[in-house]
Design a protein around this ligand. Sequence first.
Ligand SMILES: [Zn+2]
Length: 139
Amino acid sequence: MNIDAIENGYVIDHITTGNAMKIYEVLELNKLDCQVALITNAKSKKQGVKDLIKIAKLIDIDFDKLAFLDPDVTVNIVKNSKIVEKRNLALPEKLVNVTRCKNPRCITSTERDLDQIFNLTNKEKQLYRCAYCEMSLEK
Ligand SMILES: [Zn+2]
């Protein structure tokens, strides 16, 4: 695979080193039938080193999930071998069904049909709390 030449797809750039594998797992990129390249410790002017993920298909990406995992990433959207959009992600105000509440007494652990909702309560600290039981979320 020529990792520099994607016809249609995404280049997830400026991933904090070490996060690429986590993103790969959480976004379930292993289930894709297209080419996916995971590059770790790439040289970066801005960060020193960074990770990169290239996906050779315009799949549906859950950008909230991605932003939650690493709010500093940039997603380059590639169409016809050209970058048509550079999307900067921001930490989502609300996470819906991204992760589960770990409080065993939380209503979501018994009521399995409920959406798992977390609200961003402290932007600087990137702190989320469960919408039901207020338990803070640990990444
Ligand atoms: Zn909860």
